[in-house]
Design a protein around this ligand. Structure first.
Ligand code: F6R
Length: 357
């Protein structure tokens, strides 16, 4: 197996970013574990979902896990052709709403499974008739206990405050769960660990890219389709580790107003995967370049050749690209934080488990 060579391993204590660097490097191994040891539990949950045949899917999450939930929403809407939505937990906690959730599948996504609002909303969903599934990195968590079905993403303990390996494991777990729930093949996912290891080896290129954002105060990340959650997650990682104002927009929404704020002072990262979403972004890229913004592409080698950036492996099904394309963006957040003098393992004001109501 080639994966271990890709990870930087854990650096000695006291070195800023050592945990985040190690956890970024571990991802191909995490995915392999989920694809092998984790396969049976995912199949069991998928079979229960198929038997229930839901008419609507709701996803419940916060922070980074909410980006994984958004990816799940794309999978449900496109692959299952069912309506899907992201829950606002406060409607069921603070506002006390009790919606009729019969025929609904509620999927909670959480690294820790520990935030009280997610746990309460999951309990309410179950009481209100939904089939409930917890996709967590902690099968012993209150969220897992609140749900009928569980999927352990098997990322192992995540110690850096900035979530990395748990995020890509959530994406992969959702892909495996939802594809199998519709009777689809997940064979293509088995290529991910090797591909991921190769992507991680491009770290030097990312470190060079980090240099260009060293003094940036604002930054925009954009993408379309399955890659839009990657844009959201990249922006979140950059905000929490490097303290810059990073906003994510779908390429379509960018055209509906925010484009006007772009100029040469606002760098733009465009995630241009291969496939429908990437092609939909193509019309936007020249408009971005016209603003004078420093444009940097992540994804399709063709787009990278034209606009500059970091090329990712070709011939990956579009719906699996998010698992790979987040890797250089996590590395970017790590390197940028270090260059700006921060410690991405413990961003100011944040804790590993955030308890919200
Ligand atoms: C960001 C991060 C947070 C968590 C969020 C949800 O890197 O780690 O945004 O994703 O606090 O936590 P969990 O997933 O434990 O419910």
């Amino acid at each position: 197996m080639s994966e271990p060579a890709s990870g930087p391993g854990e650096l000695p204590e006291g070195i800023p970013g050592r945990l985040m660097a190690a956890e970024i490097g571990e991802q191909p191994l995490v995915w392999r574990r989920l694809l092998t040891e984790g396969a049976e539990q995912v199949r069991t949950a998928a079979a229960a979902i198929a038997a229930h045949s839901p008419r609507f899917v709701l996803l419940l999450a916060r922070g980074t896990s909410d980006r994984a939930a958004l990816y799940g929403k794309y999978l449900v809407e496109i692959r299952h052709q069912l309506p899907a939505g992201l829950v606002s937990p406060s409607t069921m906690t603070a506002y006390g709403a009790r919606p009729d959730l019969r025929d609904v599948l509620m999927i909670g996504v959480s690294q820790s499974g520990g935030s009280p609002d997610l746990v309460r909303a999951m309990q309410v969903a179950r009481e209100q008739g939904a089939l409930t599934v917890a996709v967590t990195n902690n099968p012993g968590s209150p969220l897992a206990a609140a749900a009928e079905l569980g999927v352990d993403v098997l990322a192992g303990p995540e110690r850096a405050v900035a979530a990395t390996k748990s995020y890509s494991a959530q994406l992969l777990a959702l892909y495996l769960l939802l594809e199998q729930a519709r009777g689809g093949s997940v064979e293509a996912a088995h290529a991910l660990p090797t591909l991921g290891a190769a992507v991680l080896r491009g770290q030097e290129q990312v470190a060079v890219a980090a240099e260009r954002y060293r003094f940036a105060q604002r930054l925009v990340v954009t993408a379309r389709g399955y890659s839009y959650p990657s844009a959201q997650e990249a922006a979140l990682k950059l905000m929490e580790t490097s303290y810059l104002s990073a906003q994510a927009f779908s390429g379509a929404d960018l055209m509906h107003g925010p484009l006007a704020m772009l100029d040469r002072e606002v760098p733009v990262i465009a995630i241009r995967s291969d496939g429908v979403g990437g092609r939909a972004l193509d019309a936007v890229l020249p408009r971005l370049a016209e603003t004078g913004a420093d444009l940097f592409c992540v994804g399709s080698p063709e787009a990278v050749q034209r606009w500059g950036g970091i090329a990712l492996p070709e011939n990956v099904p579009e719906e699996l690209a998010p698992v790979l394309e987040i890797l250089p963006l996590q590395q970017l957040a790590l390197h940028l934080a270090l260059r700006r003098g921060g410690d991405p393992d413990s961003p100011r004001g944040l804790r590993k488990v955030t308890e919200t109501l």
